[in-house]
Every structure is written in C-alpha cells, then in structure tokens.
Design a protein around this ligand. Sequence first.
Ligand code: NAD
Ligand code: GLY
Length: 374
Amino acid sequence: MSSTAAPLLLRADVPVSTPGHRYDIHIAAGALADPAAWQGLPAAAQAVIVTNTTVQALYAAALQRALAPHYGRVAVLALPDGEAYKDWQTLNQVFDHLLAAGCDRKTVLFALGGGVVGDLTGFAAACYMRGVPFVQVPTTLLAQVDSSVGGKTAINHPLGKNMIGAFYQPQRVVCDLDTLRTLPPRELAAGLAEVIKYGPIADVAFLDWIEAQLDALLAREPAALLHAVRRSCEIKAWVVGQDERESGLRAILNFGHTFGHAIEAGLGYGQWLHGEAVACGMVMAADLSRRLGLMPEAFVERLRHLLQRAGLPVQAPAAIGVERFIELMRVDKKAEGGEIRFVVIEALGRAAVRPAPDALVREVIARHTQPAAA
Ligand code: NAD
Ligand code: GLY
C-alpha cells in the first residue's frame, strides 16, 4: 500500500475592504505563472509593467507572459533601482513613458518590485489622467507584508520621507512567495522588521510565533514565509479596513517609524534600508514606552534580542546627532503643531499614539545611538 502525503497548499487570499473599495491580496508560491492570479482585472488595450532594472532582469518577462492573454500590449518600463530614485524626476519618467506610448485612462499599471517601485507606481497611477487602475506585484518581503497593502503611495522630498503622495488603493495585490528566493539576505532581514512590528502593536501570539520560527524564516522555508506574509497582511487589512486615511488607528502601523524616518532622512535615503531604520526605531520607541511607564525593560530587551537575531541594527548612527534627529522628527506626518507624536506600546499587542516629554526623547536617542568614532 502506498501512502501519499497531501500536497502542501502554499496559498492564501486575504481580503481588504475600505469604504470605497474592496480587493484581494493573493499570496502563493508560483503566483506569477498562475493564470488564476491574473483573471478578472480591469480590461484595457494596454498594460505597463513599472519595475526597476534589478527586478526587470529577474521577473519582468514572466509577468509579461502572464499578462499577454489579457492586454493587447504589455510594455515594461524599468526605472533606476534605489530609494534615492523615489523622487520627482523618476516619477516624471513614468508620466513621460505613459504619454509617449499613448496610454489612456484605462491603461493598467503593474508595480513589479519592492516598496520603492510600489509606492512610486501607485502615486503615478493616482495622478495619471486623474487616476488609472494599478496592481501591486510585490517582490520583497517588506513589500509583501506591508507596503503593497493599504493604498499609501508616495515619493520622497529632500525635506521628508513619503511627503508627497496620495491614498490610492490597488485593484489587487499578487504576492509570489517564490520571488523571495532571490532577495539579498539584507533585504530579507529588512522585511522581517515590518513582520516583527505587527506583534507588539496587534498580536502577541504572532510575536511568539515569529520568535519560535525566526530560523525557518531566515532559511526562507515556504510554509513559514506563507504564514508570515498572510498574518501580516491580515493585520494590516484589519487596520486599514477601519481607518484607511490614518485619522487614528492606522498610525499604529508606524511603530518605530518616527525614529526610523529620521535615520533614513538624516543619513540620506538609501544608506540604511527602510526596514533597518524601522528596526532601530522600534527599539527606541519600545524604550520610550518604558520611560513613559507603560512597558517594562524586559520588553525592550525582548524586542532588541529578536531584531538582532534577525540581523537588524538596533543602534542609531552617531553621525546624525541629537539636535538634528529631533529636527527631522518634527517633519513626521504624525506631528501636530510642531509637537512630535510617537507610536508607543501600552501593553503587548496594543499600541497608541502619544506626545512625549522632550527630555525623555533625548534620553532615548542618547541611549540608542552608537558611540561617536574617536
Ligand atoms: P526596495 O523597493 O528598494 O527593494 C529593495 C531591493 O531589493 C532593491 O534593490 C530591489 O531592486 C531589490 N529587489 C526587489 N525584489 C527583489 C527580488 N525578488 N530579488 C532580488 N532583488 C529584489 O525596498 P523595500 O524594502 O521593498 O521597500 C522600501 C520602501 O517601501 C520605502 O520607500 C518605504 O518608504 C516604503 N514603504 C511603504 C509603505 C506603504 O504603506 N506604502 C510601507 C512600508 C514601506
Ligand atoms: N506602513 C504604514 C501604513 O501603511 O500605514
């Protein structure tokens, strides 16, 4: 008698519902080549895959093949790779291409790549002819668990990160877990920072699971990746469904980001990866929560230990300096009337947004900054 194990079904669908829109996050190993992933999207004569030069070489041909049955023409536009190109000039390259190719209001844009491509393409879709449909096809862990979901689109301004943008929801998100195999280890770790984020803000059991499964995640075991992406997307969809435009609850998704954005902008975009800056920022925000009397030191140490195990930095660069750090945080979108507001943890699995006394913030920056080189 032969025994056959049931095949492991490496797929999940997570719905996202906002007041004006509903769409699915389709997560599967091999999704790019699965015809079912591309059925039922808006019809159009043309589709444009917006990607970058790195991802183009890896996955643009596969996506082009998958879309060919649905659109008369599928063009590929490859932008330069890097956070430094999430800017006005690169956005304009997208508009130049769309206009030169005669793209109309029905043209569908496909954002193939990480969060940089996703944010910029989404913003281009929101603006071109006052809005064309777009689909997120995230290929980094960070983009699969966070940036492709929820409709925040933006480019950076030299004075602040993601300062120019729009809320604009995609028609669908298609996450192919197989694309994560080619991701450099540093980028995988950066994505894990955003996965870890969901634990303290919303789901203690998920935090426990990440701690137990971190080695499997670092080894890119498909079942572990599927659970991490699915649970992260479920939490994000739950938050976005209640507060699409960040009038309240959605701000909790920015745990660690106030400190983190200051690191990214202070060093110059692209020096530290977004996920790395968020990792360090989460340790700082955890410590701020402790100094506000909300959380014990053991929580700060637990989070620091987990992030370090994931290979992420937990000390801010000395090059920024306390005054500049604070100045950069004042540009944060959560700031009100010049007062910086932070996402703090009130209890494991529950976050809130609060101002904090300047002295405490300075103590946090001082404690978590690398010693200056002699
Ligand atoms: P990224 O887009 O720069 O991608 C990281 C690197 O990985 C790039 O060099 C890219 O070319 C490469 N890459 C992508 N997929 C690959 C693959 N499968 N194999 C090999 N290489 C691959 O960075 P990211 O971490 O994906 O995204 C960061 C951006 O996301 C930041 O700009 C951040 O502000 C934004 N973000 C947005 C939201 C949101 O809600 N919209 C949330 C979090 C982060
Ligand atoms: N990553 C923050 C948000 O989507 O709101």
